[in-house]
Design a protein around this ligand. Structure first.
Ligand code: PLP
Length: 378
């Protein structure tokens, strides 16, 4: 009889988002407002550069941490955003997904704990668990998706290694205010825990007042990792390329994790990724902004309350008034109304559903009409 596999991995459930998409796929004509993926194609000038790189024969192993040109370009791009990360402090990764894996692999030992403010992107919990560590959830729903300092302090133990913060957030679209960032900073300064900033939606912000943790708290540089990605701002989800930036003391170890996991990102994508950095995502942002306004108006009409999102392309309305669990709500919305949403339970927050508005205008409008009829009939 074969011996057991990694039990922490075996116990992981497959992503709830994929489950809902599979259910939606069984209902022809169902409109899925469920995926976190821009419907746009990657801008043409970025795609053209891949073709040129292939013609130039850039098909060999690149340096593990990325080509010097791309790392310099990222360092300059981040410096225009106010950061101070030299090219040596930048690691080009296989998307933010691998950046998060490499970062946590570098940090975690068995039985460590990682604080995850919820609702949260499910990947964090999975990575923590496969590293034989434990997620410790911090419910932010009661504080309008902000961080309550006392609640955070209550979660810290001698085993706490890190906190993962995501702003703008998936699934709420909310950004952490200054008080939340300062609360994290105070706790991190006192306890030495690492702060992993998942900033993949930083270019998709609709309001003033967005601040990034690493810029507001440079004094915590040795404890901070900034994760970013080409996926969302430049509609490059299928390319699987992103990056992280960290102080050398951390970057050296994360680079080892990255090297042993994937060796590097894809060589011939790197010149194109450098082109992407100079492409302004504003036209896509304006499209999302207009859709966000339509979604908020439609939810108000349906009587579903929502904390207005400041970024990303999601809203996370409360469905508590319907008396249904989020799984029941989403399953029935697919079966009875032909519209797919993601249950809040997939993000660790019952009583909510996630609606993505990164779909075509027609699909969005029809999806909202169906949702309206469904909610009215409950
Ligand atoms: C918050 C968050 N972080 C990371 C990722 C992964 O991004 P990437 O495509 O760069 O791996 C996603 C993708 O949906 C996300 O929503």
């Amino acid at each position: 009889m074969p011996r057991s596999l990694n039990t922490s991995l075996v116990r992981l459930k497959s992503s709830g988002i994929r489950r809902i998409n599979a259910l939606a796929a069984q209902h022809p004509g169902c409109i899925a407002l469920a995926l976190g993926e821009p419907e746009f194609d990657t801008p043409q000038e970025i795609r053209d550069e891949v073709t040129r790189a292939l013609q130039r024969g850039e098909t060999h192993y690149p340096p593990n941490n990325g080509t010097p040109f791309l790392r310099r370009s990222i360092s300059e791009y981040m410096s225009a955003q106010g950061f101070d990360y030299a090219p040596d402090n930048v690691i080009v990764t296989d998307g933010a997904t691998e950046a998060l894996h490499a970062t946590l692999l570098a940090m975690l030992e068995p039985n460590d704990e990682v604080i995850i403010p919820t609702p949260a992107f499910g990947l964090y919990e999975s990575i923590v668990r496969v590293n034989h560590a434990f997620p410790v959830f911090l419910d932010t729903a009661r504080a309008d998706f902000q961080i309550d300092e006392d609640a955070l302090r209550d979660r810290v133990t001698p085993a706490t290694k890190a906190i993962v913060i995501c702003s703008p957030n998936n699934p709420t679209g909310c950004i952490f205010n200054a008080a939340s960032l300062d609360a994290v900073a105070r706790v991190a300064a006192e306890t030495g825990i690492y702060v992993i900033c998942d900033d993949v939606y930083n270019r998709l912000v609709y309001t003033d007042g967005y601040e990034r943790f690493a810029l507001r708290h440079p004094e915590l540089r040795e404890q901070t990792v900034v994760v970013d990605s080409f996926s969302k701002p430049w509609a490059m989800t299928g390319w699987r390329i992103g990056w992280l930036a960290a102080d050398p003391s951390l970057a050296v170890q994360i680079a080892k994790a990255h090297q042993y996991m994937v060796s590097s990102a894809v060589s011939f994508e790197m010149p194109a990724a450098a082109v992407a950095l100079s492409v302004d995502p504003a036209p896509m942002l304006e499209t999302y902004r207009a859709r966000r306004a339509r979604v908020l108006a439609a939810l108000e009409k349906m009587g579903l309350s929502v904390v207005e999102p400041a970024g990303a392309f999601y809203v996370f309305p409360s469905i508590k008034g319907t008396g249904l669990t989020s799984e029941q709500f989403c399953a029935r919305a697919i079966e009875e109304a032909g519209v797919g949403l993601v249950p809040g339970s997939c993000f660790g927050s019952e009583g909510y559903v996630r609606l993505s508005y990164c779909v075509s205008d027609e699909d969005l409008d029809e999806g909202l009409r169906r949702l309206d009829r469904f909610v009215a009939g409950l």
